[in-house]
Ligand binder design. Structure first.
Ligand code: COA
Length: 178
């Protein structure tokens, strides 16, 4: 079995940038412009991880994330992109990439982690729901191909379970890990 290695994105490495773009462009229905990649990778290089197969010379999987204040009251991590090359799927690589990203977002005090995925993407839904993500909303015709999306959330702290309006009004415990 080929050994898989995981690294954090190196912002000074152009090959890593172009391989991430290629991996994502190949698989996702939504065409992203180069500015979308720059937006994520320039601002949150610490929240992008790569998977490398022994001898491949280039990443064979990646996860691209960000984190931001949501409604001014909680810190929300966001998984923007995830892909693993076809020939390497089914070996737990995506699960490991997601775990690395989640651990970093927890270290950075995120209250929750959010993502959207196509309702028809059974592999992604199975993957995320097995890791504790919960379906919050169906977003109708969310994608350019007219496909619906599910918005999934992984609550980390108690803040994630309280409506933003109430968080703004009261002092809720901020350090409780669920
Ligand atoms: C979704 C994707 C990232 C999964 O990558 P992977 O490395 O094969 O996933 P893993 O091997 O880590 O699998 C993790 C879990 O997902 C499940 N899974 C993976 N592919 C699946 C499939 N086709 N159908 C059902 N479940 C699947 C696995 O069974 C595993 O579950 P387990 O923990 O209960 O065993 C990969 O198929 C891919 O790149 N798809 C195209 C891009 C995409 O859809 N990205 C997600 C958009 S949000």
């Amino acid at each position: 079995m080929v050994e898989i290695r995981y690294t954090r994105f190196d912002i000074s490495n152009d090959m890593e940038f172009s391989t991430i773009k290629k991996l994502i462009d190949e698989d996702l229905s939504e065409p992203y412009s180069i500015y979308v990649y720059r937006f994520f990778l320039n601002q949150w290089p610490n929240l992008t991880y790569l998977a490398w197969a022994e001898g491949s010379g280039k990443p064979i999987g990646c996860i691209v994330c960000k984190s931001d204040t949501h409604n001014g009251v909680r810190l929300r991590g966001y998984i923007g992109m995830l892909a693993v090359e076809k020939q390497y799927r089914g070996r737990g690589i995506a699960k490991k990439l997601i775990t690395l990203a989640i651990d970093t977002m927890i270290d950075e005090k995120c209250d929750e982690i959010m993502l959207e995925t196509e309702c028809s993407n059974a592999a992604a839904l199975h993957l995320y729901e097995n890791m504790g993500f919960i379906r919050m909303k169906r977003l109708f015709r969310y994608y350019l191909n007219q496909g619906d999306a599910f918005k999934l959330i992984l609550p980390i702290t108690e803040k994630s379970c309280v409506r933003s309006t109430f968080l703004g009004m009261d002092s809720f415990p901020t350090d409780t890990i669920l």
